[in-house]
Design a protein. Structure first.
Lengths: 299, 299
DNA sequence: ACCTTCTATCTGGATTACAGATGGATTCCA
DNA sequence: TGGAATCCATCTGTAATCCAGATAGAAGGT
């Protein structure tokens, strides 16, 4: 009986993702690889981990029991890697950042300039994921450090610190009924609301909905295009609005009684830890938290 | 950074065995494989685990730190395997026993007869190791269940239960000065003592020495041949004496004040556990412990 | 009924794993 | 001091394994 790390990862990721195909997408592997890894694990163990009578695999009782063991083992392994990483006196060769699009880009520029000067040998990957969750990327090992919106259900494997919040403004098209302002908060419910979210995020984003009529869109830019055309209204941060090609056709009317913001936090893997360069960047990001007061948008 | 299970096993076994070559022998692998596994682990970690300036590798400070992590991880993995094994309702296909030669063979015959009837599909390996330590075999995974002498430094990874003791008799050749009997205990020190032990066991067997002049021999049978020829005397159990081709030329004089015996115990891997068949045999071996009184040797 | 998505199986190419041979160095013993 | 034994690192060749991608069948949703 010799289960491999990859088999255990395939098993655990299948449970978390809900299917072999979703697990494969998350891991960046072929679906057949995940399917085969789990099947081989079941052969080695001598019992089924999943019930496959329906289209989607469902954990068996034994599977639940082994899931607990596998999670524990993978956690222990991350711990070992974390210890090794801390003992490693070298600067890591690569750092992968995942930054939610709500985080203002202008804060990153100067910081990464300093980083480049200090760590010229580190290859940086800068992701602004939307189709993936930042927290899940860190958990899965495809990102080392990330800026994310505070999740409703935080992942236990992440170490997180709050770094501030970004205020959100009401945005609509010039011809939208809300464009002139002078309306009550209740009036917002009469018009369609657009919310940015990926397929897996709808449940966690339900708290953001105000209107009963909601469209979910997987792109900030596309959504603002729709807003420009009067499809509905949304709540968006200044820097995203400023960067949109639709900017000239967008208006941000005063919404009395509507103070909304996005709480952002920095996260990294608790056990895996960070290298020297990653630790430096984390400390800088924590030190330079978001400002409390925001300048008004330039016209 | 993706250390494999085999790399961690090679690392840990090298520490325990004292060298890459000894680890390779213990694992039944090529020396180059162990050497390469550890070297690759060091490349991944980014620091040396061993100091190789002398002929034998010596753990570095970082290596000691990683050893603790690796042992913990391997223990956790054994735990997972143990859980899987207990959930596995099938009878295991193979059971490997390692039995110290001090354990009387005649107690095994009937027991294994019952075992064969009850578990006809289980392939049994029966080892009577001398060049290997029973406890280490279980620890390393090359034996599932074992009968061993109580070690002076028990392995923490083993679950053990005492199963009795085997009395030892003084044995010498017919022409040896001690053959006639009628001597005091102090007289034993005047003659050479022969002790069975492998290379790694001398330190743990020091407690058995009575005479200052000791020969260490790696075979019960060879040792009794030497005793027959008057090279020295030894302490041995009845059943080993009875089975020796040298038996007719050996005598067992009464040694007043010399009560010696070997404490035997049953052991298995704490985390890895045992299957259904192995569990059955363990329970039978525990239930049928060694008798307290021994019949005299037949002439 | 049709489309989308999922799973299990199969194929082929690439990569990896490992045993064994070898040379150089260290250590021990006579 | 010299020879033998043992150890380690490197190299080679063979075999086995790994994985992506294609495919067919089934489940589920609209």
């Amino acid at each position: 009986m010799n289960p491999t790390h990859e088999q255990l990862v395939a098993f655990v990721t299948t449970v978390e993702a809900g299917s072999f195909s979703a697990a494969a997408r998350r891991l960046g592997k072929a679906q057949s690889l995940v399917s085969t890894h789990v099947a081989n694990l079941e052969l080695e163990f001598g019992f089924a981990l999943f019930d496959r009578s329906k289209r989607l695999p469902v954990l068996t009782a034994n599977g639940r029991r082994m899931l607990a063991e596998a999670l524990s083992l993978l956690e222990q392994r991350e711990h070992l890697l974390g210890v090794a990483r801390r003992l490693d006196q070298r600067i890591e060769p690569r750092l992968r950042l995942a930054i939610d699009e709500f985080y203002p880009e202008r804060l990153i520029g100067g910081l990464m300039d300093d980083f480049a000067a200090r760590f010229p040998t580190v290859e940086v990957e800068l992701h602004f994921p939307l189709l993936d969750d930042v927290g899940r990327m860190i958990d899965a090992g495809s990102a080392d450090l990330g800026v994310m919106c505070r999740p409703s259900e935080p992942l236990a494997t992440l170490e997180t610190r709050p770094i501030g919040r970004v205020p959100l403004r009401l945005v609509c098209g010039r011809d939208h009924p809300l464009a002139a302002g002078g309306f009550e908060r209740e009036d917002l419910k009469r018009y369609r609301q657009l919310i940015v979210a990926t397929r897996g995020q709808r449940s966690s984003r339900q708290a953001e909905r105000i209107a009963p009529d909601v469209w979910w869109v997987e792109s900030h830019f596309v959504m603002l295009e729709l807003v420009k055309h009067g499809v509905g209204w949304t709540l968006m941060s200044d820097h995203v609005i400023a960067a949109s090609p639709a900017r000239p056709e967008l208006v941000t009317p005063i919404a009395p009684g509507l103070e909304r913001w996005v709480e952002l936090e920095l996260g990294w893997h608790r056990q895996r830890g960070l290298g020297i360069a990653g630790g430096w960047l984390r400390d800088r990001l924590l030190a330079e938290a978001l400002p409390d007061r925001w300048p008004p948008l330039e016209r």
